[in-house]
Design a protein around this ligand. Structure first.
Ligand code: NAD
Length: 446
């Protein structure tokens, strides 16, 4: 099939590359000239394991191409995917300006019938609005055909995006037209050869499913974080509790890790947008509000613990941060818990030495003054970042941090103190290695 994907971010790029991998002819439209220039040379402008070699292969074979103009991208397209960002607006609702701008561009540039699909996460009713905008454009140009707009929300996870897309848990197709639904089913058939996991439903149900899924996952995390808070008071280790409750099949082991809060480009904004939707419908979304409030609190816990440890005096203290991206396997810093901690530390006059395998450059670009003054140093190795530190904080649980040489670290640090924001380490092991250990929802050790 001839596919056009509009937006070459985490979702758009993975979508375009994976469709090319299955033999489709894919054009990908990106408006950011810097991104586009890199993509044209086969460079992926974001960190996503496995994406670059695949993209280069399909660029070389001519199966995948990049362009700036929607008109060029859609010229031959049977299906057009909208995969642009939907950040939080000022009132918390999803900002649809990018999606609607694409709809206007499609209305002004489509020359032949095609199926348009929202892949971006958008509130219920958006497909209808997009269809109206496109069809108004077509009518204004005196064209005789109209387009259908379907919803196909994306569930990939940054860090394992290729695998998630190639072997999805499920594909949701929201479509009110049988032919369009069949066209999408055929497009996805190669991804679902050994497991029929395609769920067809109405457009509005598909749009809502994505929000409900993310809100549920965020709820699991905030619930465990609240349990961790209670555990900490009772001298109970939340890690024992996690293993205990996770072994119940009805609960499951995923997404029940206590920690320093969730971030990223999806959970925070999608929970906020769902709260706004409920409010607009005159409902009181009590659970969602609590999920958000717990997460905001959770992001401040590491700083509170550090302040307590240093009796309120952080000025001049050297604090090491391991991990900056919102989760392992990505360079994405959107709403990352690390940034809340980093800003509080800088504000309090601490000196920060940080290391992240993929996000150092992104953090340097966000805090140029702190980098210039030397208050923030971004280092290439976890050990370099630990040198001379008064405390080390594990913020993002990259694999590289799972089993470090603690003896070496103790030798490098001025004071052997570890704050474990992801409960990655065994407290007894660290105490034996000579550290003071503090986790989230665990009794203090050492
Ligand atoms: P992103 O910000 O990384 O990428 C969006 C891209 O679209 C950018 O490169 C931007 O320059 C481009 N763009 C914006 N307007 C354009 C236009 N008019 N023409 C061409 N290009 C344009 O966003 P993302 O993280 O890929 O997310 C995209 C959507 O997918 C969002 O709605 C998000 O909620 C959803 N989603 C994201 C993830 C994820 O893990 N990132 C997972 C599932 C769903």
């Amino acid at each position: 099939m001839q596919i056009c994907v509009i937006g070459a971010g985490y979702v758009g790029l993975v979508t375009a590359t994976c469709f090319a991998e299955m033999g489709n002819q894919v054009s990908c439209v990106e408006r950011d000239p810097f991104r586009l220039a890199r993509l044209a040379h086969g460079q992926v402008p974001l960190y996503e394991p496995g994406l670059e070699p695949m993209l280069q292969a399909h660029l070389a074979s001519g199966q995948l191409s990049f362009m700036a103009r929607v008109e060029e991208g859609v010229a031959e397209a049977d299906i057009v995917f909208i995969a642009v960002g939907t950040p939080s607006g000022e009132d918390g609702s999803a900002d649809l300006s990018h999606v609607l701008a694409v709809a206007d561009e499609l209305g002004a540039s489509l020359r032949r019938p095609c199926l348009v699909v929202d892949k971006s996460t958008v509130p219920v009713g958006t497909a209808e609005r997009v269809a109206q905008r496109i069809n108004a454009g077509l009518a204004a140009r005196g064209l005789g055909f109209r387009v259908q707009v379907a919803s196909n929300p994306e569930f990939l996870k940054e860090g394992s995006a290729i695998d998630d897309f190639m072997r999805p848990d499920r594909v949701i197709i929201g479509c009110d037209d049988a032919d369009a639904s069949e066209q999408l089913r055929r497009l996805y058939a190669p991804f679902l050869r050994n497991h029929e996991r395609l769920l067809s439903m109405g457009v509005r149900a598909a749009e809502f499913t994505k929000y409900a899924a993310n809100a549920f996952l965020a709820t699991k995390i905030s619930f465990m974080n609240e349990m961790a808070g209670i555990c900490a008071r009772l001298g109970v280790d939340i890690e024992d509790v996690r293993r205990g409750v996770g072994s119940d099949k009805r609960i499951g082991t995923h997404f029940i890790y206590a920690g320093c809060g969730y971030g990223g480009s999806c959970f925070p904004k999608d929970v906020r947008a769902l709260i706004r939707t409920a409010e607009q419908e005159g409902m009181e979304p009590g659970i969602l509000r609590a999920v958000e409030a717990r997460n905001a609190l959770q992001k401040t816990l590491l700083f509170q613990a550090l302040r307590e440890h240093f009796s309120g005096f952080l000025q001049g203290r050297v604090v090491t941060l391991w991990g900056l991206s919102f989760k392992p396997g990505t360079d994405d810093l959107r709403e990352a818990p690390s940034l809340v901690l980093l800003e509080a530390l800088l504000q309090a006059g601490a000196r920060v030495q940080a290391h992240d395998p993929a996000a150092n450059a992104g953090v340097a670009a966000r805090y140029p003054k702190a980098v210039e003054s030397g208050q923030l140093r971004l280092l290439d190795s976890p050990y370099g970042a630990a040198e001379g530190a008064d405390a080390l904080v594990l913020v993002t649980e990259w694999k590289q941090f799972r089993q470090p040489n603690f003896e070496r670290i103790r030798g490098l640090m001025r004071m052997p103190v570890i704050f474990d924001g992801r409960n990655l380490y065994e407290p007894a092991q660290l105490v034996e290695a000579g550290f003071l250990y503090r986790g989230i929802g665990r009794p203090a050790s050492g």
